[in-house]
Design a protein around this ligand. Sequence first.
Ligand SMILES: Cc1ncc(COP(=O)(O)OP(=O)(O)O)c(N)n1
Ligand SMILES: Cc1nc(C(=O)O)sc1CCOP(=O)(O)O
Ligand SMILES: [Mg+2]
Length: 577
Amino acid sequence: MLTQASIDGIAAAYSSSALVDLRKFTRLKPPPPPAAAALFLKARTEMGDPLKAEFLQQQGQSNAMADPLLTENPLKQGKKVPCVLSVAGSDSGGGAGIQADMKACAALGVYCTTAITAVTAQNTVGVQGIHCVPEDFVEQQLQSVLSDFDIDVVKTGMLPSSRMVKIVATAVRDYRVRALVVDPVMVATSGDELVGPAILGVLCKELLPLADLVTPNIPEASALIGGKCVSNIPDMREAAAVIHQLGPRYVLVKGGHLTSNDIVDILYDGKDWHELHSLREETHNTHGTGCTLASSIAAELAKGAAMLPAILAAKEYLSIVLKHSKKLMIGKGPQGPLNHLYGLANLVDMTNQMRLNPRDLMLYAVTDSDMNRRWHRSSSEAVRAAVEGGATIVQLREKEAESREFLTDAEACVEVAHQLGVRLLINDRLDIAMACNADGVHLGQSDMPVSVARAILGPKKIIGVSCKTPEQAQEAWKAGADYIGSGGVYPTKTKKDNKTIGLSGLYDVCKGSPLPVVAIGGISAANVEEILRSCPVNLFGVAVVSCLFDQPDIRAATANLHSKILKVFNTQRAEGR
Ligand SMILES: Cc1ncc(COP(=O)(O)OP(=O)(O)O)c(N)n1
Ligand SMILES: Cc1nc(C(=O)O)sc1CCOP(=O)(O)O
Ligand SMILES: [Mg+2]
């Protein structure tokens, strides 16, 4: 636990007599609140929140809607446009840093300018590289923006060097800025370090005294108070008190790193304490939440809100965004990005509209009518067992049956697959695919040309094409295909006279294919690992026949293969590939 003596000690170590003067530069005059903040508070007040009720009384009432994306957007109104300057790092994955700040500001109707401090090679798996922008050039960006735009609020994120912190502090002092929000970014959501502890001293001495708000999460709060452990709400309060002595007007210690479902953030202004509660959203898509909260607060301040309502409105926006991010499937890593602009084209709906999610190619079960006959199974029984075992997509491959029998079978299989939430394609036969309302077709090089099939099937159906060379894959892509089946990777007894292209042939197709690839031919649980490891680029899964359908227990055989594939993919993701 922190003692008062240690608090005083840390504060003294960082403070200087200049701090008092510097504080005069923080000018935050709260004009009337934005409709979003007022309204959000109204809604909450009606639910009995005294803190927000007090704010509402001060600010007057409004009946506009609480959804920030639906409220009056100053960008459209021909008025002075509220402006934020985000001084932060670029996230190549588009989820955090500058990219998050720009999207959050846009969503809240605020214009966002930028000064990029570092360029990160980053994705949903982690941070693979950091390239710091030269300090002089950061200074030039700041000058370009601050000398031209009427910046209301500066928001800082990743500041990778002490000199950069000083440059930003000087710029904030030199130009007329209404408020400064400091997000003391140190570690990315993935756990990768973005900024070393070397900048802490200068951050505390030069920038925090100018800040209207600093928004550390728990590890950052701990770093700011000299590495003391912060592990519960009393610790957060003590940390907020210490950080406040470094000079910022407000300190918001964010409690998301504690495990409770009731997330408590502590807000302290040197006099009053506020515990701001929010419910944890059940989602892995949390990459960039810290940047988003800080830039949303900056946006609300830029629109004229006072500090507390700005924070409440920003937290409300973030919680709506998190709700809209749950179904987003972007990237292969454990923490996906947020759906900041959920009110525009909805990314979740877009994924539903995608003809094919390449991840569905992971375990592609191709049925075989001969095998089913031999094992006395109907096609639909075989399809059910494969999907229940973990098949992620199914192809009905019937070489012998009459059209009528094939159609009856196909209708039953489509019903089973769709009941179980999996797509079903028909091998070779467009007419059957259309008649049974299958999800698409798989075509070989001597089947119906892809461009003709696309014209017949229209834009909504999936078309897969067998390709043994990168040139064929290019052709298929140009003609409107969705994925490539490439093989035979190994010799197969299932397809007569099939040319084997081997692992190297598969590798060439994967490298040269603009479309996702699924490998086929002689694949089983015994060799799946070497196939997936040999072609990490563009290979999304394996298509198999005999190792599932020429087996006594299709469900068990599929489950076994499924677990082997998952193991490889999970390792590859952990390795950042
Ligand atoms: C996923 C997948 N890849 C390749 C094939 C082979 O298709 P094709 O060359 O048309 O041969 P037949 O399957 O029609 O004998 C496939 N069916 N599925
Ligand atoms: C249908 C098919 N197409 C191939 C190609 O190389 O394009 S190999 C093949 C048969 C794959 O069956 P099994 O998993 O039993 O080896
Ligand atoms: Mg064919």
